[in-house]
Design a protein around this ligand. Structure first.
Ligand SMILES: Cc1ncc(COP(=O)(O)O)c(C=O)c1O
Length: 429
């Protein structure tokens, strides 16, 4: 494939944008080479600036569960835009999307809209701290909750005591309030809770992890966290930015049958526009300003265009619940197909899958937490795989630690093409 125009655009971008991108992973640094600049997209396909057509397994990192330029979503945004783009006042559509979200998601009474998943998680933790009067939080190594300071804490063995910042700019003061636990390790969580007796506001978790590849929770893990929280008064925060409205209409709470105290959303809830949200039962949500003392605000929060996209998306998902089964079947088909060709080609691999999230790891051992994901991340092989797939018209995430997100716009023919590409690319691994 030719990437002449993409390359020119990247050179121009680097002069005026740090690294040429507005979010680091887009720069292809992990896999080498230069990013592909996209000109337009429709359904399951991206069309780049050089006229190449790519089958998309990123879907804007998750939001586009029904594919690109989905007509009901586009129409809703266009119609709304004709009436003005932002008012900074309450609008009816904010209530309508809130009503629908409250109907679809178990165990929430109220929801507050923000502009990104980062904001949702950051605000959820502030609310948990305000509500409980405690300062520390537990997060899991390898889980990503956006780029606010408390979450940019390195995975490491110092977990039982204090975390250490992994980004310059995050202060030691912030880091010491973030305790690190191992994903899928309840004993480790219990140790942390005991060692920080009565100081912990919340445990925040991706209930199906998607930021170290796709890692489903081990049996009983989420239930175990719920029990610990019930016994100690710690709030359980599910970061469902990836999983919300994707793995089930009601997210992992519905899929796993485990209730969280605060739930964070992003991605699908905005239908491809910048939206995040956090939600809980009345008792907790009424702790937020203007009713309660915990401050949280946003000039463009609940923006009418973003709400129109989100409402159209959630309405589609609510009305056509068969979508969830359809997309899960497609993901299973892809899983089985890749499994077959990778086995035939004698490649060491592990495939993890939950619903329409899937990841391929180039190692034989099970991938259940950050350490095992890192061990299986054969970066040399992954980079070869990534570029081989791209050369064959398949766009997967440019990092061994990312999940693939399927859209229901993918046809079985697209999936067959993808499996054939995996076969071709891994023949000489
Ligand atoms: C689980 C999870 N939480 C939070 C975020 C942050 O969302 P945003 O990038 O919209 O700020 C992400 C982003 O990928 C995510 O995957």
């Amino acid at each position: 494939m030719i990437y002449k125009r993409s390359s020119e655009l990247f050179a121009e971008a680097q002069k005026v944008i740090p690294g040429g991108v507005n979010s680091p992973v887009r720069a292809f640094k992990a896999v080498g080479g230069e990013p592909v600049f996209i000109e337009r997209a429709e359904g399951a396909y991206l069309y780049d600036e050089d006229g190449n057509k790519l089958i998309d397994y990123i879907n804007s990192w998750g939001p586009l569960i029904l594919g690109h330029a989905h007509k009901p979503v586009l129409d809703a945004v266009i119609e709304k835009a004709k009436k003005g783009t932002s008012f900074g006042t309450p609008t009816e559509i904010e209530t309508r999307i809130a009503e629908l979200a409250v109907k679809m998601v178990p165990n929430i009474d109220k929801i507050r809209m923000v502009n990104s998943g980062t904001e949702a998680c950051m605000s959820a933790v502030r609310l948990a701290r305000g509500f409980t009067g405690k300062e520390k939080i537990i997060k899991f190594a390898g889980c990503y909750h956006g780029h606010s300071d408390s979450f940019l804490i390195q995975a490491g063995s110092g977990a039982v005591t204090f975390g250490t910042p992994n980004s310059p700019g995050v202060t030691q003061g912030t880091a010491k309030d973030t305790l690190l636990a191992k994903y899928n390790d309840l004993e480790n969580v219990k140790e942390l809770v005991e060692a920080n007796n009565d100081e912990i506001a919340c445990i925040i978790i991706e209930p199906v992890a998607g930021n170290m590849g796709c890692i489903p929770p081990a049996e009983g893990f989420l239930e175990g966290l719920r029990e610990i929280c019930d016994e100690t008064g710690i709030l359980l925060v599910f970061d469902e930015v990836m999983t919300g409205f994707r793995l089930a209409p009601g997210g992992v709470q519905e899929r796993a049958g485990v209730k969280a105290d605060i739930i964070c959303f992003g991605k699908v809830i905005g239908g491809g526009l910048p939206v995040g949200a956090f939600a809980a039962r009345n008792e907790i949500m009424d702790y937020l300003a203007p009713v309660g003392p915990v401050y949280q605000a946003g000039t463009l929060s609940g923006n009418p265009l973003a709400m129109a996209a989100g409402l159209a998306m959630l309405t589609e998902l609510d009305n056509k619940r068969e979508i969830f089964e359809s997309i899960e079947k497609k993901t299973e088909y892809l899983h089985k197909g890749m499994d077959k060709v990778l086995t035939q080609n004698n490649v060491d691999f592990t495939i993890n899958r939950e619903g329409s999230m899937i990841s391929v790891h180039f190692g034989k051992e099970p991938v259940t937490d950050f350490d095992s994901a890192a061990k299986s991340a054969n970066l040399g092989l992954f980079n070869k795989f990534f570029h081989g797939m791209l050369e064959n018209g398949i766009y997967i995430a440019p990092s061994a630690f990312e999940t693939w997100f399927l859209s229901d716009a993918l046809s079985y023919e697209d999936l067959d093409k993808t499996i054939a590409a995996v076969d071709k690319v891994t023949k000489d691994f």
